[in-house]
Design a protein around this ligand. Sequence first.
Ligand code: ZN
Ligand code: ZN
Ligand code: FE
Length: 761
Amino acid sequence: MTAQTSAVQIKVQGIVQGVGFRPHVYSLATRNKLTGWVRNTSAGVEIELNGAPEVLEDFYQRLQAELPPLARIDHIERQTISPNGFSDFQIIESQPLPGDFLPVSPDRAICADCQRELFDPHDRRYRYPFINCTNCGPRFTIIEDIPYDRPKTTMREFTMCPRCRAEYDNPLDRRFHAQPTACAVCGPRLIFLAAGIKNESEAALQSAREWIKSGKIIAVKGLGGFHLACDAGNETAVAELRRRKKRSDKAFALMAFNMAAIETYAEVSPAERKALLSNERPIVLLKAKEHTNLAPSIAPGQKRLGFMLAYTPLHLLLLEPEQDFPDVLVMTSANLSEEPILYRDADVIPRLSLLADGYLTNDRPIHMRVDDSVMQICQEIPQIIRRARGFAPDAFNLPASQPSIFAAGAELKNTFCLTRDRYAFVSHFIGDLENYETLTSFEEGIQHYEKLFRIRPEIIACDLHPDYLASKYARQRAEAEGLPLVEVQHHHAHLAACLAENHWPDSSEKVIGVCFDGTGLGTDGAIWGGEFLVGNYREFARPWHLAYTPLPGGDAAARQPARMALAHLNSAGIDWDESFAPAQNFCADERSLLRQQIRLKLNTPMTSSMGRLFDAAASLCGVRQVNTYEGQAAIEFEALADPQVTDAYPFLIANGLIDPAPMWQALIADLSQNIPGATMAARFHNGIAQATLSVCQMIRQETGINTVALSGGVWQNQYLFTRAKQLLEAQQFQLLFHSKFPTNDGAIALGQAQIAAAIHQ
Ligand code: ZN
Ligand code: ZN
Ligand code: FE
């Protein structure tokens, strides 16, 4: 050993297992003639190196600069040690330490190399639907436990053939330690099942394509569950799918083979293209082109289409372009109405027999169900609407270490959150906790995350609402395990989620939180949803809110915008009769019953909900009187709004209340003059944006606070978001909003966890 030899030990944490990190280390070390070893531990990767100091420094820089595509370093440290006199560089056996954990990679779309091999007739995996490598393929959905090794995945049953094994063992191969690696000889097989038919492999694929071509509905097993697929250009098939799914209006997601197919039907901006092509391959909501030959019932009443690119080799083969084969397929989660996506073969065949004509399945089990993610791009800003496949269970880095917290999340669009050390694991989208199946999926998800990331919660957080199933679960658990329980007000959780996502420090500094959504229980027992808060993680005040209106029939009002419209008119002191669009939705008896209900306050909680105000305005403009899915009237009202219109309806802003009465007067005057709905919708949106600015200015004047956090499902409204952002920024407000997590209730759990952490510090 020469005098210049020194030695270092390097420890790396982050997404560094199952993503080609050790081969990266190996090739860097051997290229630089460094000696030593690298190994996986249950906390990350450890490296020991001997060599000249400047070469070691170069290695350290390149290690971080030239990462494999799916790897991510969250924490790295190095320490000088005494040289060990190694003669070569080796990848050595894993060293599990009890209690340690590391992040797990989300499932990844097929990489360019695998896609090339898939369609290369000379490649041994030509047309093999489960081709994958270290840079792509299933991860989270097949992992049962850590460390991430094949025996702890659902690939356990498949014994590698000698050729796959040789690739798996070769540190310089793209499939070195790629746990799901397989080929047609040794790996999972496609199976097609339908009345009187059962075939396998290529024949199964061709049968499925034949059936789709002939207008049938096929269940297709993907990464995180089954989809229902049919020809998106066949109105009969799409209408039949709606009938079978009992889904009257909610848009169906679409899948295309490539960008060219998407661009036939929708406009794609550069930012949208980037999102579509990203590793996460989400569904992206795009502006639909007019006069295409897509089935009209794909997205009734909407100007947007939800598109995703084929993201597995199976999807590419299923959608492979061919004369007479549809270039776009409907790809909607296989479930019965609002139940979670089906993912086990044993559950699918009996339950889906009413939904699908045939099944394209395979013998690789799915361990964790995960839906497709959904996002939209607004003003170049990516906004996640549903955070699931491709994103979960990626950890969010916290500014400081925290105790282990379990936060149960909200009732609708539920996700839960578990924290440990400097990580927050926000779960994939679970769904609306309104039925037994979704609750089971919630509980199984929690157990899985706790096991996978070795988390034992010390504190439990949940929503104030006594009846939410998530809150009930949290309370029972806190009691059973003797843990402190933090009950968090819904809109405070929204505010905290927005702060956390923007890495806002836990200090005494406060921000203005503009939390607009459909519903959340307030500290006064009313249903809040149009709130201006002033606060931080620890506390909040509510200086301003939308004036209270009765919510006749409670939850029923959310399904019936017509009820909301009449209740709002009543509050504004405006008499209504059967000439109003919402009143026409009821017969004379129902109308007098409704009047009485509002007057006597029977089953009529008070609400400041912004979502319900949108419903009411949409109803009065004749857009929609009954919602068949949450937020439908508001979505259609936004679609109607004319972006050229700049004037706004007035609101009365005084004494901490935003009173919509003047807005209703103006809207009714417009109605009587037959002003187009597009203009009224725009004036309404502009009015809310103006009112938001006015209230923020008043709060700033009083408190000197200049930072505004926008959170709550209403901010998914691109028209409103764009206008409010422009107005606030023009007045030099600093804006915080959501981009990594949903602005809807999908981020509530993160907010709850951060509030619990701050309180228990
Ligand atoms: Zn690949
Ligand atoms: Zn093989
Ligand atoms: Fe909410």
